[in-house]
Design a protein around this ligand. Structure first.
Ligand SMILES: *[C@@H]1O[C@H](CO)[C@@H](O)[C@H](O)[C@H]1NC(C)=O
Ligand SMILES: *[C@@H]1O[C@H](CO)[C@@H](O)[C@H](O)[C@H]1NC(C)=O
Ligand SMILES: *[C@@H]1O[C@H](CO)[C@@H](O)[C@H](O)[C@H]1NC(C)=O
Length: 429
């Protein structure tokens, strides 16, 4: 199974940084990586496909929330594969969102999942109930398995019990979040959520009564998920957890950062951990406040930019394993890698292979600066045991924008700056 998991290695600690450092107030959440990239180096097509389907459904869900919350059609909604990006016709966009929801929720269930798991712990309720969660910059809500969840996918996960918390309040609303493997549904509460010294007294929390298959314990070790995007894409139309922390504590910088590598990975709340990067950040402005959406200036192979792939929109998503590219741009991308082939027959629609012996290096350019993807991360594994073809980590999607997941984020130190609405990348220390 092709999975890159990052699991909590120890409990969260207060950062003890030199007093002169601006980020001395920050809170570190150590993460460690467990890498099962493929079974003996062979890719799992079903798991790959399932991973893409989950991401697509999740992102589309955010578009629906954006429409519900702001009354506006998210600009990227017009950039679905078949959509007319020039008409600006909300009727079409709304219909497409409705139609696509039905399509994705009927997707085949898979028993494997590719999600990378940036897992840490949060405390919910009074007295505190402790949960492990994934930190996902590609969504904006918190959900946990609730007491009414009897799906197999909930079994083994710790359940949030609102009735056992003196600070829980029923909002009288349900919720429904789409994933490729089915929906996560339940009831909305507000409750106290804390992490270390940070507290959100009335945080919106979803208690799920149904969990989709990919959230089963074997493919998804954490109990729940914490979204780290903007409120505009919140299903609950409520401030996401980090925004709540910032609103409560004016000493907390409205910035969080991720290091997602093989070891010493962490999420840093309240700035950037200067021990983990060198040089300066290069910042790309957020183009629409919903996802962490920035302009991807160029896609390069061996430092040569692919001319048709300049200044495309992209979403920086810690909750996505791979890099998703528009199906109609994949061909141009792989054409730049000698020996590459469309792997529709051998792996599936939207996948390409390249010679396993290839030394081609892919890089992404943001705000004028290019960052390489380690060829080992670009290579997902062999198609089959005796094949010399390896599957590339840039895969096709039905969107007309890019989703930059952990295949790229493992190569850089990334900072998400809510105060200035920008994403910064720096070289790892
Ligand atoms: C938008 O598209 C719908 C369906 O295609 C059409 O009925 C409607 O008139 C269009 N609206 C505008 C403003 O073009
Ligand atoms: C569980 O189900 C019961 C009965 O339908 C309902 O009253 C209760 O609110 C549910 N609890 C949660 C947390 O969804
Ligand atoms: C991927 O999933 C989609 C939706 O379930 C399905 O139509 C397609 O055949 C799958 N492809 C592979 C290679 O499994």
């Amino acid at each position: 199974m092709l999975t890159i998991t990052f699991v909590l290695s120890s409990l969260s600690l207060l950062a003890i940084a030199a007093p002169h450092e601006r980020e001395a107030r920050g809170i570190r959440i150590p993460l460690s990586k467990r890498n099962n990239l493929a079974i003996d180096g062979i890719v799992d097509p079903v798991a790959l496909n399932s991973s893409v389907a989950d991401t697509e459904a999740k992102i589309e869900d955010g578009f629906r929330s954006f429409l519900a919350n702001t009354g506006l059609v998210h600009p990227l909604t017009f950039l679905f594969g078949g959509g007319d990006s020039n008409s600006g016709n909300n009727t079409d966009a709304k219909r497409e969102l409705t139609h696509r929801k039905r399509a994705t929720s009927s997707m085949a269930l898979q028993d494997k999942n590719n999600g990378e798991l940036w897992q840490g712990t949060i405390n919910v309720g009074t007295p505190a109930q402790t949960f492990t969660v994934l930190f996902d910059t590609g969504s904006s809500d918190i959900f946990l398995p609730g007491p009414n969840c009897t799906n197999a996918a909930c079994s083994g996960h710790k359940k949030y019990r609102p009735t056992q918390s003196s600070t829980s309040q029923d909002r009288g609303r349900s919720f429904d979040l789409s994933y490729g493997s089915g929906d996560v549904q339940g009831r909305q509460y507000t409750d106290k959520v804390s992490f270390g010294s940070l507290t959100a007294p009335k945080q919106a929390v979803g208690a799920a009564s149904a969990y989709s298959k990919n959230f089963g314990l074997s493919s998804y070790p954490p109990d729940g998920l914490v979204g780290m995007g903007y409120q505009t894409i919140s299903r609950f139309n409520s401030p996401p957890l980090f925004q709540s922390f910032v609103a409560q504590d004016n000493t907390l910088l409205p910035v969080f950062s991720f290091k997602l590598t093989a070891s010493n990975s962490e999420l840093f709340l309240g700035g950037a951990n200067s021990a983990l990067y060198t040089g300066s950040f290069t910042y790309a402005p957020v183009t629409t406040q919903g996802y962490w959406q920035v302009t991807l200036g160029a896609v390069n192979v061996n430092s040569v930019a692919i001319s048709s792939l300049r200044n495309v929109q992209s979403i920086i998503d810690t909750g996505t394993t791979l890099i998703l590219a528009p199906n109609n741009q994949l061909k141009a991308f792989y054409a730049a890698i000698p020996g590459s082939k469309n792997a529709q027959r051998t792996v599936g629609d939207g996948f390409y292979t390249f010679p396993c012996s290839s030394t081609a290096t892919v890089s992404l350019t943001f705000a004028g600066r290019s960052f390489n993807i380690d060829p080992k991360l670009f290579n997902l594994g062999r198609v089959s045991r005796n094949s010399n073809d390896c599957v590339g980590a840039v895969v096709g999607s039905s969107f007309n924008f890019w989703i930059v997941g952990d295949t790229f984020l493992q190569n850089v130190y990334t900072t998400f700056d809510l105060g200035n609405n920008r994403v910064g990348f720096a070289q790892l220390a």
